[in-house]
Design a protein around this ligand. Structure first.
Ligand SMILES: Cc1ncc(COP(=O)(O)O)c(C=O)c1O
Length: 350
């Protein structure tokens, strides 16, 4: 039986396969027996690598996925009467089926934002809740880096947020499901854009940039180190065959595979934006700073295009769509996609 390879699309970097180097690492560590639950040489090595990148006292904990990383990472930062301030577009608020609320018992407070970023002027009003027993107590600011709108916080913007958090007795959580794309865009190290910018806890992603599964919760704040291992297990995120996450991360971080993949995905997004900008009827709505392109398109484009390339409409009321590139997107993919858009617009004039 012959099988055709499905076409690469622009719906999500989650739709991409696994980078061959990662696949090889999974295969290579699939030998013999090692102790489960992280007490194995692969996990110890990957923890060492993370500590070399982020500081020797970093708490490094592997988990299954991004939602699990966010939920457990937030849980270690919160008491049930406390609350998280996050962008109204935040994955934790919109796309995790209420898991953060369910497992932390805390309220998430969505803050309106045009570009996915939080700024201290927007957070200031919530300070009025502090100290009043009838209100939940804002205790964590959670940002996504890059944001869900593809924009990237500068280090100065993050420092402003973390200083504000500290000044008002709060902590900073970063959802870094695509942290590699942000580091590649800013041309800075992981540490410079997270720990050095004042983050207390980071959800460190790998799946969207070439891994098969597995994320890491990195804990920088020494006060939060002791409890996490219990929270991870109780939160169903302790992988018994941990070596298969660890070996992926080791391959991902060694020789800067993460950087090559993220740079490539970002470059393909720039190319896609350039092609889209040449089409008069489409308007890009957000700065393209990572691997996502957001655009308002004519309504008549959406369904026919979706038949050829699946993708998500981001905002139905505005006909705003999200297109994402991946580590394996090619220039030819971008060209074919742009040509398909042009053809559909030309053939469906009304
Ligand atoms: C910004 C962000 N955070 C977290 C996640 C959660 O990842 P997962 O689907 O692995 O739970 C995603 C997934 O798309 C994401 O885009």
């Amino acid at each position: 039986m012959t099988q055709s390879t499905p076409r690469r699309g622009f719906a999500s970097d989650n739709n991409a396969g696994v980078h061959p180097v990662i696949m090889e690492a999974i295969q290579k560590c699939n030998m013999g027996h090692v102790i489960g639950y992280g007490d194995d040489p692969y996990t110890q090595q990957a923890i060492k690598t993370f500590r070399r990148l982020f500081g020797l006292d970093t708490g490094v904990y592997f988990v299954y996925g991004g939602t699990g990383a966010n939920v457990t990472g937030l849980q270690v930062m919160l008491k049930p009467y406390q609350a998280v301030l996050c962008a109204e577009t935040a994955h934790i608020y919109v796309d995790e089926c209420g898991a953060p609320e369910k497992f932390t018992g805390c309220k998430l407070i969505p803050v309106p934002t045009e570009d996915g970023k939080l700024r201290i002027e927007q957070l200031q009003p919530y300070l009025a809740m502090q100290g009043f027993e009838h209100h939940v107590q804002p205790a964590v600011i959670s940002v996504s880096q890059p944001t869900e709108m593809g924009t990237v916080y500068t280090v100065d913007e993050l420092i402003e947020l973390s200083s504000f958090a500290k000044k008002h007795g709060m902590l900073l959580h970063i959802d870094g499901a695509r942290i590699a794309n942000a580091a590649a865009y800013l041309n800075l190290t992981f540490k410079e854009i997270t720990r050095d910018a004042g983050a207390d806890v980071l959800s460190f992603g790998g799946t969207k940039n070439g891994m098969m599964f597995g994320e890491a919760v990195l804990i920088f704040n020494p006060r939060l180190q002791n409890d996490f291992k219990y929270i991870r297990k109780q939160g169903m995120q302790l992988h018994s065959k941990m070596r298969f996450i660890a070996a992926q991360f080791e391959a991902y971080l060694q020789d800067d595979l993460w950087l090559a993949n993220a740079r490539h995905a970002n470059k393909m997004a720039q190319l896609l934006a350039q092609k889209i900008n040449e089409i008069d009827e489409i308007k890009i709505t957000q700065k393209v700073e990572s691997n996502g392109v957001f655009a308002v398109v004519p309504k008549r484009l959406i369904e026919p295009l979706r038949k050829e390339y699946f993708f998500y409409t981001w905002n139905e009321s505005k006909n705003e769509v999200r297109w994402m590139t991946s580590f394996d997107t090619t220039e030819e993919d971008v060209e074919n996609f742009a040509q398909t858009i042009r053809r559909i617009l030309k053939n469906n004039l009304t």
